[in-house]
Write a protein that binds this ligand. Structure first.
Ligand SMILES: [Zn+2]
Length: 409
């Protein structure tokens, strides 16, 4: 679509959403009235900045506050994992699940068809990712689905790999750490990646990672690996095209803004700040100017793939930023430099102690002694970042079926 048509649609969809929340939700209405609105309407996309922001702590642990439909209209409830506090609840109506989630289809980004078999190794219990991807592949593309989950009772790792082999999975949707775990474990169970399992594509979501971590996964799995950025609260937000130059914002589903975290003023293209998401046309629990707690910047759509949707560059979660020598560093940037060292494995920790960075890393198919490897990491990080860090080589960094915790602030 030409840019102007996308923006016309977004303005209409935002106004429809504002009108829906104004008419059906006390919290949203009182916030809008408090900000001086006498009707639920903005005249331009720039005016969206006058709509109050929605903070996470307002809705944490509350099932009702944002509900915009009669409870009997709810088709499904999803919860966040609650790793950083009480969970956030989102209620989807059937229309949210089967119309909103599936349309528009973004055919240039998702090439999957009924000839594909998608293995979904994402949490299914109450979380959005497993069920969301299941619906997307099954109902939008007619793709067969293997609902693996993440190492649960019915599909532990060995059985998951076995099923992917038996049913000749062509697509895998999972987290970066679980993609690493599956490929590591495949060797233990004698399953040959590239022969027994031949994937065309992996979609990564749930955790961010650096492009070097991705490169390693691409090598191990022998296929393209793309990022998918979304959340339980907002659903899909951005997806990478085959050029891998950032996330195309799913502008049919969401309006994304970037704000300065202190002044809360919108930032122009190219400037880094907090990512704000407004869901478009959702019924059950629309998110209006939701503060995601994620950091990134927007770029005007100029991608060689031809898609005209803006591009989002993600820098990680605010709470995971590492403050070193008076500057905030994205853990993805540090991971990027760490993963440049081929002797380092894919499991590591960054620990910040009184401003000093300690890296715990595992050796990977290396002839170096632990001492030599530690020295190599120290030197490499100092060269790349001008930062002195402590390094401990460990052989026992725990694997996880949940979200991988790599940063300890
Ligand atoms: Zn593109």
């Amino acid at each position: 679509m030409p840019r102007q048509r996308i923006e016309d649609y977004q303005l209409k969809a935002i106004n429809a959403t504002l009108s829906h929340v104004w008419n059906n939700n006390e919290y949203y209405r009182s916030k809008l009235e408090g900000a001086g609105f006498t009707e639920p309407k903005i005249e331009s996309l720039e005016q969206l900045a006058s709509v109050p922001l929605l903070k996470k702590d307002v809705i944490r642990g509350d099932k009702q506050k944002l509900l915009c439909v009669d409870p009997k209209e709810i088709g499904q409830v999803h919860l966040t994992s609650g790793t950083s506090g009480k969970p956030i609840y989102t209620a989807y109506t059937l229309a949210d699940q089967y119309v909103y989630d599936l349309l528009p289809k973004y055919l240039e980004i998702f090439k999957e068809t009924d000839a594909d078999v998608a293995a979904i190794a994402l949490p299914y219990e109450f979380a959005l990712p497993g069920l969301g991807f299941q619906r997307l592949f099954q109902f939008a593309f007619g793709t067969a689905v293997l609902s693996l989950g993440k190492g649960g009772y019915m599909a532990p790792v060995d059985k998951s790999l076995e099923l992917m082999k038996e049913y000749q999975a062509t697509v895998l949707a999972t987290t970066p750490s679980y993609a690493a775990l599956l490929v590591e474990e495949s060797e233990k169970y004698g399953i040959k990646i590239g022969e027994d399992i031949r994937l065309k594509k992996i979609l990564l979501t749930g955790e961010g990672c650096s492009s070097t971590f991705r490169d390693r996964l691409e090598k191990w799995w022998g296929c393209e690996v793309s990022f998918f950025y979304g959340s339980t609260e907002c659903g899909v937000v951005g997806v990478e095209c085959s050029k891998h130059k950032g996330y195309h914002v799913m502008e049919g589903h969401v309006k994304v803004e970037i704000i300065d975290t202190v002044s809360e003023k919108p930032l122009p293209y190219g400037q880094t700040g907090e990512i704000i998401v407004t869901t478009l046309l959702r019924e059950g629990m629309p998110m209006v100017r939701y503060r995601t707690g994620d950091i990134g910047y927007l770029q005007k759509a100029r991608c060689v793939c031809g898609i005209t949707m803006d591009v989002l560059h993600l820098r990680g979660r605010m709470e995971n930023m590492l403050r070193l020598n008076g500057e905030d560093y994205s853990p993805f940037l540090l991971e990027h430099f760490l993963m440049e060292i081929p002797d380092v494995g894919m499991w590591y920790h960054f620990k910040l102690n009184q401003g000093v960075l300690k890296i715990e890393a595992e050796p990977f198919r290396t002839k170096l002694s632990d001492e030599q490897l530690a020295e190599k990491i120290r030197k490499h990080m100092a060269d790349r970042l001008s930062i002195d860090c402590q390094v401990e080589i460990r052989h026992d960094i725990p694997r996880t079926f949940g979200k991988a915790t790599r940063v300890f602030n």
